[in-house]
Design a binder for this molecule. Sequence first.
Ligand code: ATP
Ligand code: MG
Ligand code: MG
Length: 349
Amino acid sequence: GSTIGIIGGGQLGRMLSVAAAQLGYACHIYAPDEAPCAADVAARHVRGDYADTAALREFAESADIVTYEFENIPAAGLHALAGQVSLRPNAEALELAQDRLSEKDYIVSHGGTPAGYRSVSSLDELRAALDDLGTPSILKTRRFGYDGKGQVRLTADSDPAAAWAEIGEQPSVLESFMNFDKEFSILLARALDGSIRIWDAPDNHHVDGILAQSIAPGTGIIAEQKAAAGKLASTVAEALGYVGVLTLEFFASADGPVFNEMAPRVHNSGHWTIEGAVTSQFENHIRAVCGLPLGDTALTAPRVEMQNLIGAAANDWPRWLKKDRAHLHLYNKGEARPGRKMGHVTQLF
Ligand code: ATP
Ligand code: MG
Ligand code: MG
C-alpha cells in the first residue's frame, strides 16, 4: 500500500488513520506535539512546527498523498507542499476556510446566505458595524477560532471598546445573532472524479460554544432545508475542485438555511458515521484522497446519536460499555481538562 501523510495529530487524524489502516494504507502524522493522539495508531510521527516549511516538505517526501486535519497551516508551507505532492483537499480550500471573512464572501458569491456580517479591523469599524447590524450580535476573530473561542457576544448594553479589547484587537467579523430553530451540518465527500455523496444532515446541539451532541437524521425543519444546504455545499465543492470530506455548518431559520462556517475536513458532527452510516466520513475521506470510489452514506439505523465526552464527563466511560448498541471511542489524550474533547459515544436506536 501507499503512504498517506496527515498534517495534524488530534482525534480526527487518529480516526482517519484507523480508517486508512483498514484499507491497507499506512499513515504518517506531522504534528508539533510530543505524543499526539493520532500517532498511537499511525505508522510514524514526524515532530515539526506547522510554520516550518522545510520540515513540511521533507515530511511530504515520505508520502504519496498529503491531507490535513488541522486548519491553521500557514499559507506559505501549504503552497510549497502543493507544488511538491498531491495535496488533497487543495491549498485553495484550506486558505479560504482559514478566514471567516473570505469564507462568507465566497458563500455569498455562490448563492448562499450567511447571517448579516461586517468586516471589523478597528474599534471605529466595530462601532460602524454595530450601527449597521445592531445587537444582539457576535464579534468573531477572522482566524484561529474553534469551540467558540475567539468570540465575544454583544448586547445593547455592551461596551464596544471592551469587546474590541477582549477579542485582542484582531481582524474580525461582526455577525448578527441568529434566532434559529435548529443547527445542522452538511457532510459531503467529493471524489477525484467529481462524484459526490452526502450523509443525512445531523441535528447539532452546542453547550458553551462546543458541540455536545449530533443526532441523525435531523428532522422537522432540518429535513426541509437539507436539500438546499446540500446543493450549496455541492456547488462550493465543485467550484473549489475539492477532493475529500467537506463540512458546512448551518442554522435552520424561518427564512431558510443560514450558512455559519465551513471546515475543509472531517468534522465532529460526523463522528456518528463510523457506526451509524454504511461508510464513515473517515473512510470516505481516505477513499477520496486516494482516488478511490466513494462508499454508500446511508444510515445503518433509524436514529443515531453521537455524544461528546468532554472534560471530566469522560471519566465515567465504563458505564457506556453496559449499554447495548452504544459504541465508545476514547482518544487517549491524557488529562481530562475542562472543555477538552476526550472521546465520544455513538448510540444506534
Ligand atoms: P467550531 O468548533 O464549530 O469550529 P467556532 O469556534 O468556529 O466553532 P462557531 O461555529 O462560529 O464557532 O460558533 C459556535 C456556536 O455558537 C455555533 O454553533 C452556534 O451555536 C453559536 N453561534 C455562532 N454564531 C452565531 C450567530 N451568528 N447567531 C447565533 N448563534 C451563533
Ligand atoms: Mg469553526
Ligand atoms: Mg462551528
